[in-house]
Design a protein around this ligand. Sequence first.
Ligand code: NAG
Ligand code: NAG
Ligand code: NAG
Ligand code: NAG
Ligand code: NAG
Length: 474
Amino acid sequence: MMFLWCVLVLVNLVSVSTSNNAGVKVRLTQKMLEYGRQIGIASIQQKLRSIKVPDISGTEKVDPIGKVQYSFTGMQIVNLGLPKSALGLVPDTGVMLSIGDAYINLHGNWRVKYLRIIKDSGTFDLAVSELTISTTIAVMSDDTGRPTVSMTNCAATVGSVNVKFHGGASWLYNLFSSFINKALRNALQKQICPLVADSIAEMNPHLKTLNVLAKVDQYAEIDYSMVGSPVISNTSIDLDLKGEFYNIGQHKEPPFSPTPFSLPYQDTNMLYIGVSGFSINSAGFVYHSAGALRLYITDDMIPSGSPIRLNTRTFGTFIPQIAKMYPGLMMKLLVETVKEPIIILEPNNMTVQAISTVTAYAIQPNSTLSPLFVLNLEGSVSADIYVTDLKLAGNLTLNKINMSLSKSYVGPFQVTSLDNIFTMVLKIAVIPKINARLQEGYPLPAIGKMQLVNSQLQVLKNSLLIGTDVQFTG
Ligand SMILES: *[C@@H]1O[C@H](CO)[C@@H](O)[C@H](O)[C@H]1NC(C)=O
Ligand SMILES: *[C@@H]1O[C@H](CO)[C@@H](O)[C@H](O)[C@H]1NC(C)=O
Ligand SMILES: *[C@@H]1O[C@H](CO)[C@@H](O)[C@H](O)[C@H]1NC(C)=O
Ligand SMILES: *[C@@H]1O[C@H](CO)[C@@H](O)[C@H](O)[C@H]1NC(C)=O
Ligand SMILES: *[C@@H]1O[C@H](CO)[C@@H](O)[C@H](O)[C@H]1NC(C)=O
């Protein structure tokens, strides 16, 4: 049996190490654990309040009185504190939570009957102190690619128990103390670890909310499932996520694959998210494949104050044949990528290079489009990228364009004469359209009601690094 288990573990390890490279990496630092500890302790404290100490009753022979019937009932927790705790990383396993100096105060009723007719009763207060709980929490990934936690180890020890009786004779106290002490230790030993386990298990529904398939828009979704087990070192918990854009419902791989990357060591924030160049380029592939990177430009998209209009008169000043062949007509341009744009990440510098075509049409009075020419257009834009509301958003500015003639329906002409007009059209009609979309953002991996605070983004070579603190609201 043990052998079989070892084999299974080995098989699992092998399949993990040969799995796909991560496109996105998430690192939880000690600072995150500290925040997790505060939330965890509050939850455990709440749970432990539900400890029930059962009623105790029995008879005992006491010299020289004879049989004494006793009962202790209605024991209630009146106070409970977990003032000291620590959460530490256990490399390759998970985390260890130690709670020390915990205390529980209880209140209850006692009652005795002896010598047939004598009855007595009163109350008592119990103080349990120097309670310690030590538990190991394994962090793993489940079969849906989400993280999951479970308790693998737990020990609870009850330090001292002090009983204070109110009412009754003092000889009774000595008799009772040991019963109560034993019953209480029993109840606590039996109940603490299962309650801690419940508290830990209650994290899983939250972890299950990880957006393993994050919908982006009508074209794309991002696969954020884990591609391996969490890697737990002595300084962090690292999660490898697929981090790949796909067309909705149609998961076709791009003609390039992720290359290994690592997160630089930083620990001032709770959370670090590394987004590889692969992830970002997979977005370009998806939108290009979906035909989303094409845009018709019409005259109404050019600000009314502009002297340059999308008509055959304006273009006729650069290409006289156009004004002659198609006098007095409005024009329309179609800009579309011919292959996926390439996103280049260099330290503090993100640029996008797009190879596209521009087809110019004259619009006939009967709405038929007559093609005028097709240009190859290579554009380079700089991207300013930032984090907002659990999303990655961006803003492009045009760097330069390079155009060449692909096809003319109006005879030969000098393409460079159109440089200025196209630079302007891109700046005022195309880039703002793309920016409006980029500013809506792309979802980052997230769980439940998580908010990012103090986020910052660095552009590194071949990856983006987001450092952030988090807050869970409910
Ligand atoms: C953490 O582990 C690394 C290597 O595994 C070791 O060099 C380092 O001293 C350890 N740090 C602590 C704080 O234990
Ligand atoms: C940014 O990178 C691009 C392409 O790698 C390069 O052409 C450009 O000069 C760089 N810009 C800056 C400000 O370094
Ligand atoms: C539209 O008008 C153009 C130019 O007058 C003509 O060549 C074309 O046949 C017309 N198309 C239709 C569908 O009427
Ligand atoms: C986008 O960049 C342009 C040009 O650099 C700038 O004017 C604009 O304010 C930026 N918009 C945002 C939302 O950052
Ligand atoms: C512009 O494009 C042409 C052809 O597509 C190419 O030969 C040329 O090197 C490019 N120029 C620049 C500055 O990129």
